[in-house]
Ligand binder design. Structure first.
Ligand SMILES: Nc1ncnc2c1ncn2[C@@H]1O[C@H](COP(=O)(O)OP(=O)(O)OP(=O)(O)O)[C@@H](O)[C@H]1O
Ligand SMILES: [Mg+2]
Length: 233
């Protein structure tokens, strides 16, 4: 169970809670570097994924979205992990209605999007778990929602499931401008990362960069370090 701060959000959203920490600087740098990963056209949307479970995708997606919003960019964070949704927990907001309800036509997009305590940041949580997460995210309804979301917001961040145990991240990455791949330092087997990258490439997903998560900084605690350079689109 994550600890809740006095803001209601989980204490792991460093960008919101400790604006001067080293972690926050890392997310700012990540955002800056992402601009270089998409030189020809401004980056409007991306899928945050990883090879395997529990590598730090949701935390990276949330902190990156907060960082963009804090810089004045109208940002939407979408929980596209319908199997293990996390965004509603991180922001301590209701999780029942969200993406799935919009995709099956039970709720309007504008009613499902929730504001947050961060200026310029909105959330579309996952909502109730569907029996067929892959099918629902591969639908024409999802493609059309993506077009509407990118029309409404300047930056759309999708928190996705991992690539190897699920197929959806490839579909979302292909809809979006590309993927950002989180790798848990010293934990994720190299083969798994390679396999995930090859599945993303096979699905024609532009590789925007990688986050090596959990690197020990000089100050002694783990945070995100961004590196880019392989397979830039
Ligand atoms: N840099 C970090 N420092 C400390 N804890 C971290 C860090 N990154 C992730 N964690 C912790 O690891 C766990 C998994 O993180 P997170 O939920 O962001 O990963 P995920 O890849 O989205 O997982 P899942 O595959 O379940 O969706 C959480 O308990 C999170 O708080
Ligand atoms: Mg997650």
């Amino acid at each position: 169970m994550s600890r809740l701060s006095r803001h209601g959000v989980t204490s792991k959203l460093v960008t919101l809670l400790s604006p001067h920490s080293a972690g926050v600087e890392a997310y700012r740098l990540l955002r800056t570097n992402l601009r270089y990963a998409s030189v020809d056209k401004p980056l409007r949307s991306l899928a945050v994924t990883s090879a395997l479970a529990e590598e730090g995708k949701s935390l990276t997606a949330a902190n990156l979205a907060i960082s963009a919003a804090q810089a004045g960019v109208r940002t939407l964070l979408v929980d596209a992990d319908l199997r293990k949704p996390a965004v509603h927990k991180l922001f301590a907001v209701p999780g029942h209605t969200g993406l799935t309800a919009v995709l099956v036509g039970l709720q309007k997009m504008e009613d499902a999007i929730q504001p947050t305590q961060v200026d310029n940041l909105w959330l579309l949580v996952a909502g109730d778990k569907p029996p067929n997460p892959a099918e629902i995210l591969q639908s024409e309804s999802m493609a059309s929602l993506h077009r509407r979301l990118t029309g409404e917001f300047d930056f759309v961040v999708y928190d996705c499931p991992p690539v190897l145990p699920a197929v959806e991240a490839v579909d979302i990455g292909a809809l979006a401008d590309g993927a950002l791949v989180v790798v848990r330092a010293e934990t994720t087997p190299k083969d798994a990362v390679q396999q995930a990258l090859s599945q993303l490439a096979h699905g024609h997903v532009a590789m925007l960069g990688a986050v090596l998560n959990g690197v020990r900084a000089g100050s002694g605690y783990g945070y995100n370090y961004y590196s880019y350079g392989y397979g830039n689109a």
